[in-house]
Design a protein around this ligand. Sequence first.
Ligand SMILES: [Zn+2]
Ligand SMILES: [Zn+2]
Length: 114
Amino acid sequence: MDFCPKCGKLLHTEKNNNNETILICLKCGFKRGLGENEEVAFTEEVKHNLVKEMTTVFDETQADSTKPTEDKYCEDCKKIQKVSFWMIQTRSADESPTRFFRCTKCDKTWREYD
Ligand SMILES: [Zn+2]
Ligand SMILES: [Zn+2]
């Protein structure tokens, strides 16, 4: 949490035109970039990229047939299928690990939604 050095108001997190996260004061318009050690809340876009990244990791280890499976509804097959799953700890350590699933029939991959 950060405060405006000019007027003392709480700074809000926003995206600038380059899609970088910046801190902005809604009262006086003061802006600055985020410090390196500051926590940034994941945007939906970042989360989406993270899923893509994790899916890629899964692809590379696909030969590993020891992944557990469970019976789960696959939206593409429109029925219950054997689905592999694995856990990923997102970069934010205080979030619980996300579960990813992959249908063993059609290869549809998705993450568990809360
Ligand atoms: Zn201000
Ligand atoms: Zn499927």
